[in-house]
Design a protein around this ligand. Sequence first.
Ligand SMILES: Cc1cc2nc3c(=O)[nH]c(=O)nc-3n(C[C@H](O)[C@H](O)[C@H](O)COP(=O)(O)OP(=O)(O)OC[C@H]3O[C@@H](n4cnc5c(N)ncnc54)[C@H](O)[C@@H]3O)c2cc1C
Length: 439
Amino acid sequence: MHVVIVGAGFGGLACAKALGLRPLRVTVVDRVNYHLFVPLLYQVATAALSPSDIAEPIRRILRRYENVEVRLGEVTGVDWQAKRVLLGEGPALDYDRLVIATGSVYNYFGHDEWARYAPGLRNLENARAVRAQVLRALEEAEAGADADRRRALMTTIVVGGGPTGVETAGAVAELTRHALARDFRRIDPQEARVVLVEAGPRLLPAFPPHLGAYAEARLAKLGVEVLLDRAVEHVGPDGVTVSGERIGASAVIWGAGIRAAPAAEWLGLSGDRLGRIAVTPDLSVPERPGVYVIGDMALLAGADGAPLPALAQVAKQQGIYLGTALAREVARGEAPAPFRFHNRGNTAIIGRSAAVFDFGRYQLTGRLAWLLWAFVHVYLLVGFQKRVLVSIQWLWRYLTYERGARLIMDPVPAMPPPAPSRGSRARGPAPASGRRSRR
Ligand SMILES: Cc1cc2nc3c(=O)[nH]c(=O)nc-3n(C[C@H](O)[C@H](O)[C@H](O)COP(=O)(O)OP(=O)(O)OC[C@H]3O[C@@H](n4cnc5c(N)ncnc54)[C@H](O)[C@@H]3O)c2cc1C
């Protein structure tokens, strides 16, 4: 049996590992060659961690499973009747079982044109771009600007009061208002403004109200201005309009909602309003034989009847479940018991030494919650080496407020074509034109 898994995120990787060293062939396809620990992306955007701290090569993670192959490539479609996965480049892949685990993208609620000015933190490119934008604006303010321009340069807006927005706003405030305080001569980092905009009446709507109130108070302590019940009406190159008020800003970070990656159409399905594909409790897609969907892409009700949330722990548990079920099917022809999600707790961090944890029946806030958050996230980071490195960096940052990854990195300029050397003159134009055609 050949299982093709599209996406090596939390769900796809867990599924591949569960299928590792079993008597079947597995191919994992991803458009990038690394697994990304998405929950810590905001730490890359705020210069606390480097991109390589939260990304691990997929081949390295899966190298001990000899029955698992990795293919770098963009999946562009599925011929579900012929059971083939279509790739942008290279031959299609035939499958017996297909697992779609392509995750989600940010939802701009009908205003996709805002994405250009308000990137969401979904990949390393976004995180690096946000980091460069915030740091470059501070450099420009330091170089001298009139009062209005300086105020805009020193303002960052975060849209969305869920865990991503809360974590990002807290981290940006720590970076711009505290960590950089000693490094600038002309600007006062205390003038840096971080505004968190939420359309609903409170922060962290998926958590109990008192945790939202705690997050709001902690953010205020860090200097974040929280605007509740205020909707973003426009986003442009130099700021946003919020409930009729224009706020100039150098960076706008979007964290206001997600929708599934555009994969439903591969199967000739329309998906729900968030693009998710409805699956049965064994995670298979009705009327698409041999196709399964897991993680952020899947629409499945939990024990309370509400759709399971888009969380790494859901994706991971579904990946383990499905991998184990497919292996059992091959070994013993057994049909699996329905998938059941076990909630390990919801969490969000609010800057240095504060976090909230919601375990359902009881909750935790403050330093203890922060320590638990740090422990859990370090534990979940893929490689042992990374666990050690990240732990040391966090401890150092905690003690010093330092931010080690403050690099403004623009795309590397293209290399000019090499001047033809005397011996190669006759073949000179060929490499140059070949290079152009690849760009
Ligand atoms: C900023 C942020 C913070 C978060 N924090 C938390 C948290 O603290 N705790 C938590 O539980 N959850 C958190 N989440 C949610 C969590 O990251 C997701 O629920 C989880 O990543 C979903 O896993 P997945 O396997 O469905 O998809 P992903 O992990 O997103 O992986 C999808 C993979 O598919 C690949 N892919 C997509 N399309 C294609 C294609 N066409 N061809 C080839 N490859 C493709 C991508 O490159 C990627 O590797 C956070 C999310 C964000 C954005």
